[in-house]
Design a protein around this ligand. Structure first.
Ligand code: GLA
Length: 733
């Protein structure tokens, strides 16, 4: 890994074993991109890449008369001069102009990586990464810009963000401040986004790119299940196993925009950052604004490698604290078992049975506080309901602990029901626009987390409960989108700052609670997977992946999630059948076979399963305890996509390739079928693996495959849908 500054040619070359990123100060003093991709040798001068000529309708810089930004790839394109593509930012000054030109002043190269203030970001020590900060200035706007690039040593990854500072006497207004732009030299790409809805999160959608724009965004205040803030730009032939791909992952949990724009000259611009729609940021004299981070990863060997890069980077350089690379406790959550209809006795009965099965953590879900017997009331009143919990959270937590389990509970700290003591006391603390009706979502309103006093108040209540009881885990939910966004406490011109300040408020509360209680395992949730993003993983190392717990639907949801996020982050539970969301009935084996490839837990009352099923649950818990390190932190490969066929498969392989576990799922039985084969991946070709007491070479399993005997009844249909396998392979000593 190195970052070289070629003083004479004013070019930077960032490279490690896998990638090169070449940036140059362009003839007008702004920053241009000369190359991004597979590692190439370092050269003093790469300026032959720069185009210098005029064409009809192409505007050129008046001094050089030969240089147009439009004809050259930019690093962080400015607005209003010779580039007609989408700009990465807009700075409006007092005369109303947004035209800008940020020119190179200086730079700094250092080992390691600096944190972003108040924002989640990847981190690295001096041996893991190097950072380049390039300082630019617009003399008219009297504003400086620092562009940061961190190059990781072990990963084909560069992270980017930008920071604006007002150095003049008058205020300036940022009306757009994206985090990164990458201009690519051709348009032979496809765009892959991860779209969905509540209970149907992160379906991969592929579109061809060409001239014109393709974009996804969120305007909901959260990253959303509708579009995930992660996209891949790939070659048309790229699949999980081969081909070139570039990933863009936004380390942020609010409104975002990701866009690819093909220009008339056959090039492709990719942009990512906070959504400029509903964003303005005022910078008074001396103030700065720092954008969140984008993590750009490269693969020339398929999407599995791209995903593995994100998995490993996020496990090692994003997740922090005790739970970093630590196998997660097997939990039981009472939500689908009781909803809000419970008391301490009922909870202890569920917990005792779970303990008998070997489950380690009990999670008390919604309904324990305030006047909350249904979802019309109580949010905001973080005080136990004595009818349900006579000795409060501390009493219940101690009883659960004395059973030999850990205890955790559910909160939704960003919300308030109009029917709550908090709202009656502080209606102005809920987001709403003066004179307009406030929309509701699940009968609740969103607290104005852009106001520090609101965050402080909720912090105080939660801190009190948590510090009085042995709490090991917290599920932090967020169950509606933001509407009528307006903060009662700030002047008109700052209203465009509320969405981002809200997100910063959420991050600040997470950070305070994490600092106070560093051992607590946080799981983020937003009606399931509506805020499953890299920003959240910095605070909460796992996320409830979806409210849809149906095993068959979950295969797709977890498969789609795996493109950008590690197995260790994917909350996955075995729930009761018929499934509450889909009505589908699957075996308890198949339900567990899907949930193993996640953080694994149960969400049902084990008192209500048959004796045989209970025995199976016991052995599932045992099995997960033995292999959870491998499931959650092994190298994960997608093998067969449920979006292409009625079958799905994936595998996790240990770092030394001594052990692997694959999962295979068949959604639908077929008539007249031969058993078929499943080709594995990631094994060592020459090792001999033992699978069900038989021996196979690694290359045999990867090229010929595993025979899927369960799929066929001597060539006829088995008559059974939802057949699944989870099998362990171990290399022979
Ligand atoms: C959301 C969550 C669920 C559950 C309920 C409780 O829908 O996604 O897992 O916690 O809220 O109200």
């Amino acid at each position: 890994m190195n970052i070289i500054w070629h003083e004479k040619t004013k070019q930077f070359h960032l490279f490690n074993d896998e990638i090169s990123y070449i940036i140059a100060v362009n003839p007008v003093g702004e920053l241009g991109n000369l190359y991004y991709g597979k590692r190439i040798n370092d050269k003093e001068d790469m300026s032959y890449v720069v185009n210098r000529f005029g064409l009809a309708q192409v505007a050129v810089d008046a001094d050089t008369e030969t240089y147009s930004m439009e004809l050259n790839r930019q690093e962080y394109p400015s607005f209003g001069t010779t580039d007609f593509g989408t700009s990465a930012f807009e700075v409006e000054i007092s005369n109303g102009s947004k035209v800008s030109s940020f020119v190179y002043k200086d730079h700094k190269i250092y080992k390691g990586k600096q944190p972003l203030e108040g924002l989640p970001a990847t981190y690295a020590d001096d041996s893991e990464a190097m950072t380049l900060e390039i300082y630019l200035e617009d003399v008219v706007a009297k504003t400086t810009l620092a562009l940061s690039y961190t190059l990781f040593n072990r990963y084909p990854v560069v992270t980017r963000h930008a920071k604006f500072t007002n150095i003049g006497p008058s205020k300036v207004k940022l009306t757009k401040a994206l985090s990164a732009c990458l201009d690519l030299p051709d348009q032979n790409y496809q765009w892959m986004q991860f779209s969905g809805a509540w209970a149907r999160e992160r379906t991969p959608i592929v579109k061809n790119l060409g001239p014109g724009s393709v974009s996804i965004e969120s305007k909901r205040g959260i990253s959303s299940a509708n579009q995930n803030p992660f996209v891949i730009v790939k070659r048309p032939n790229t699949d999980d196993f081969i081909g070139e791909a570039i990933g863009f992952s936004f380390v942020y949990s609010g409104n975002f925009l990701a866009q690819a724009e093909g220009d008339t000259f056959g090039r492709m611009r990719v942009l990512m950052g906070i959504n400029p729609d509903r964003f303005t940021w005022i910078l008074e004299k001396g103030q700065s604004f720092e954008t969140p981070e984008v993590v750009i990863a490269y693969s020339d060997s398929g999407l599995n490698y791209l995903s593995q890069t994100y998995h490993s980077l996020y496990n090692n350089n994003l997740v922090r604290g005790k739970w970093k690379n630590t196998p997660r406790p097997i939990l039981i959550n009472n939500w689908e078992a009781t909803f809000m209809d419970f008391d301490e006795e009922k909870i202890l009965k569920i917990a005792s049975k779970a303990k008998e099965a070997g489950i380690e953590l009990f999670v008390l879900d919604d309904g324990w506080f305030g006047d909350r017997d249904d979802d019309f009331a109580g949010l905001g009143d973080w005080v136990e309901n004595p009818k349900k919990l006579p000795q409060g959270i501390p009493g219940l937590a101690r009883k659960i602990e004395s059973l030999g389990m850990k205890f955790g509970f559910w909160i939704e700290p960003e919300m308030v029901n109009p029917d709550s003591n908090l709202y009656r006391k502080h209606p102005e603390w809920a987001l709403s626009t003066p004179g307009r009706k406030a929309s509701l979502g699940r009968h609740q309103m969103v607290l104005d987390y852009s106001r520090p006093e609101v965050v402080d108040y909720i912090y105080g209540m939660l801190h009190k409960i948590i510090s009085n009881a042995p709490i090991s885990y917290i599920k932090w939910d967020m169950n509606r989108s933001l509407t009528e966004v307006y903060s009662a406490d700030i002047p008109a011109e700052q209203q465009g700052m509320v969405y981002h300040r809200y997100v910063m408020g959420v991050y600040s509360l997470y950070e305070r609670l994490r600092n106070d209680f560093p051992d607590i395992l946080f799981e983020s949730c937003s009606s399931g997977g509506n805020r499953f993003d890299a920003g959240m993983l910095y605070y909460a190392p796992q996320a409830w992946c979806s409210d849809n717990t149906d095993a068959i639907d979950r295969i797709r949801i977890q498969y789609g999630t795996s493109y950008g996020y590690p197995v260790s982050s994917i909350g996955a539970h075995v729930s009761a059948v018929p499934n509450q969301q889909t009505g589908r009935t699957t075996s308890i084996e198949t339900r567990a076979n899907v949930a193993y490839f996640g953080t694994f837990g149960y969400e049902l009352d084990l008192n209500h399963v048959s004796h045989e099923e209970f025995e199976l649950v016991k052995s599932q818990v045992q099995f997960m305890k033995e292999y959870r390190q491998l499931f959650q932190f092994g190298t994960f490969y997608r093998l067969r996509s449920p979006f292409e066929a009625d079958q799905a498969a994936w595998i996790v392989v240990s770092e030394d390739k001594e052990k692997a576990i694959f999962g295979f799922y068949c959604m639908r039985s077929n008539v007249t079928m031969l058993p078929g084969f499943l080709k594995l991946d990631g094994l060592s070709a020459d090792k001999v693996y033992v699978l069900n007491d038989e021996e196979y070479f690694g290359d045999e399993l990867m090229n010929l495959g595993v025979t899927l005997t369960k799929l066929s009844n001597n060539g006829l249909s088995t008559g059974q849908d939802f057949i699944s396998y989870v099998e362990v392979l171990e290399a022979k000593k």
